[in-house]
Structures are given as C-alpha cells and as structure tokens.
Write a protein that binds this ligand. Structure first.
Ligand code: BOM
Length: 141
C-alpha cells in the first residue's frame, strides 16, 4: 500500500546524503529522496541510478551483480509497519522491471531504468505514496 511505501521511502531516503559524493547526484537534480515520487520528477539521471545502488548496498538489498537480493528485500519491507502486505508485490514489481532491462551492462544506467519502470508500475498498482505522506513519517526514522 501507499502508506507502507511512504515508510519504506522515508527510511531508504535517509541513506541519500551518505551516497551523494560517490554517486555524483547533485541537489539540483534531486534535493530530497522523497521527491522521487513527485509527478514532475523525471527518473532519468545516471547519477540517480548510482545513488540507488549505493543506498541499496547500505541495507544489503542487492546481489553482487547489482540486481535485487529477493530475500533481503522481502525482509527489509516486512520490517516496516504492515510491511507484510507490500513485500511480495514490491519484489514482484521490481523484478519484472529488472527483466525488461537485463541486457544493459552499465549498472547505474540500468538501475535508473529499473527505478523509472518501478515508479510507473507502482503508481499503476496504487502503491505510490504522496510526498506529503512521506513527510508525515520522516521523523520516525
Ligand atoms: O536492479 C536493481 C534493483 C534496484 C531496486 C530499487 C528500485 C527502486 C528504487 C527507487 C525507489 C525507491 C523507493 C523506496 C525504496 C524501495 C526499496
């Protein structure tokens, strides 16, 4: 659900500042991670892909090939309030997007495509959070 997704985004987004330098993602492109979900934010920058890889690695959510670690992602989502209602759906959506871009060899380029696909599909599935929902739970993390 969008409510659970707001918690996940608030928590995951806290890792952005630790990853800014090594990813090269400027504040001009993305100031706060929750803006990822804004209607007018375009998920297109290679540096965002690099940042998502770096952030995911802080929580062991990726395998060595920079694809999602299914079990760890499942457990991570389940750790949030009502996470069990979202975990399977989220892993399915992300994996479906990974399959579409599997031939791309540059990890940062591929992951930003996967993230853009995930944003579209999460909206369609009704689990995309509003930025205001994320801001309401930011202080919990
Ligand atoms: O193949 C690489 C898999 C990358 C997984 C992350 C994709 C989605 C990242 C963008 C949105 C994040 C919002 C919340 C955190 C979800 C883990």
């Amino acid at each position: 659900t969008a409510e659970v997704m707001s918690h996940v985004t608030a928590h995951f987004g806290k890792a952005l500042e630790e990853c800014r330098e090594e990813s090269g993602l400027s504040a001009e492109v993305l100031e706060e991670f929750q803006h990822f979900w804004r209607e007018d934010f375009e998920v297109v920058h290679r540096e965002l892909g690099c940042a998502i890889i770096c952030m995911s690695n802080k929580f062991s959510l990726l395998q060595d090939d920079s694809r999602m670690h299914h079990v760890n992602m499942h457990d991570y989502i389940k750790s949030f309030p009502n996470g069990h209602v979202l975990s399977e759906k989220l892993v399915e959506l992300i994996h479906n997007c990974e399959k579409k871009y599997d031939t791309m060899t540059d990890d940062c380029d591929r992951v930003v495509k996967v993230a853009a696909c995930f944003k579209v599909d999460a909206k369609a599935a009704g689990i995309a959070p509003e930025v205001a929902m994320i801001e309401a739970v930011m202080e919990k993390y």
